[in-house]
Design a protein around this ligand. Structure first.
Ligand code: CP
Length: 359
């Protein structure tokens, strides 16, 4: 069975297949109505969402399927202490496929370990957001006509922005990708993405704290919100919250065909004066999210019993009582799961569930 927990669970061919299917859905919407008739999607959202939850709901409805679930853990038995694994065992009795968002990193991964239906990670903490990645890839394809050979600038909160982490992982499989990381010191991209992804996959990247310097060379500008909910220190948040603001003056420095993406919601980082600029693709990106989730649901349901489409093989996890994950938001520090680790690039030990470096 195929789950989608991390973008690398999909091969590049599978990603391209899903994007091609989304494009076919755009061209022939009527052909897919009813393709999920009598099927049910469960949306288990332990954290707030507008786009992801509602686009999954709309996607399943357009395919003729039905949707059940919860939008806050307080309305589920999680509030009584039910574990993530027990919850998906139960929901798997009612639904054919599950989309889960959770503030705890690694929660969708442990869910997938016991689930009898495909699990889709709809965002876990600061860790990963693979369906946003599919949305972003489809948007880049539709805006520029290609995904290979682009220079993309990621701007804002690269430390906590899970959409950034996931998109860099996916883009590292494409040809000729150049990445410009635009962030203040406090919000720089975690080392594990730079080492395990960019350096390992040969993605050219540079870091800067000047949007003005970077913007003229970009084909895509990926803006992000500073993630207040991930900060442990409010003073630190106040220092960096308005680090970069995209306005009409900055847009004038950009290429005429640059596409501005943002996973949304935005707070202050893109002024509304940019919205009418034809290069502002972030509301088109929202609609692409529904279309690509339609394609993903169809694909995972088709692949459920297909031996050609299984989870990638990984080396067995390392279990060592002397090692501890220090990420307070990791599932192994919030529920009873045996701490497990993997040896990553440069001999660095990382948590199996959340990818944090183990010291
Ligand atoms: N882009 C995104 O994940 O938005 P929501 O938090 O509204 O789902």
């Amino acid at each position: 069975m195929k789950h989608l927990i991390d973008p690398t669970d999909l091969s590049k061919q599978e990603i391209d297949q899903i994007i091609a299917l989304a494009e076919d859905i755009i061209a022939h919407r009527e052909r897919y109505q009813g393709s999920m008739a009598h099927k049910k999607l469960a949306t288990l959202f332990y954290e707030p969402s507008t786009r992801t939850r509602l686009s999954f709901t709309a996607a399943m409805m357009e395919l003729g399927g039905q949707v059940l679930g919860f939008s806050t853990p307080q309305s589920s038995s999680a509030a009584k202490g039910e574990s993530v694994q027990d919850t998906v065992r139960v929901v798997g009795c009612f639904a054919d496929i599950i989309a889960m968002r959770h503030p705890i990193e690694g929660a969708p991964l442990v869910a997938s370990e016991v689930s009898r239906v495909p699990i889709i990670n709809a965002g876990d903490g600061s860790h990963s957001h693979p369906t946003q990645t599919l949305t972003d890839l489809l948007t880049i394809k539709r805006e520029l006509g290609h995904i290979d050979d682009i220079t993309i600038g990621f701007c804002g909160d690269l430390r906590f922005g899970r959409t950034v982490h996931s998109l860099i992982k996916a883009l590292s499989r494409y040809h000729g990708i150049k990445v410009v990381l635009i962030a203040p010191d406090e919000l720089r991209l975690p080392d594990y993405i730079k080492q395990d992804v960019c350096e390992k996959m040969g993605v050219e990247y540079r870091e800067t704290d000047s949007l003005d310097d970077a913007i003229p060379e970009l084909d895509v500008l990926y803006m992000t919100r500073v993630q207040k909910e991930r900060f442990l220190d409010e003073d630190e948040f106040d220092r960096v919250k308005d680090s970069f603001v995209l306005d009409a003056r900055r847009m004038a420095l950009a290429k005429p065909k640059m596409a501005v993406l943002h996973p949304l919601p935005r707070v202050n980082e893109i002024l509304t004066e940019v919205d009418e600029d034809p290069r502002a693709a972030y509301f088109r990106q929202v609609e692409n999210g529904k279309l690509v989730r339609m394609a993903l649901i169809i694909s995972l349901m088709e692949w459920k019993n297909d031996p050609e489409h299984t989870m990638p093989e990984h080396e067995a996890p390392i279990v060592n009582p002397a090692l501890h994950c220090t990420n307070a938001k990791c599932i192994c520090n919030n529920e009873k799961h045996q701490p497990r680790f993997r040896l990553a690039e440069n001999g660095i030990m990382r948590c199996w569930y959340c990818d944090s470096k183990v010291r």
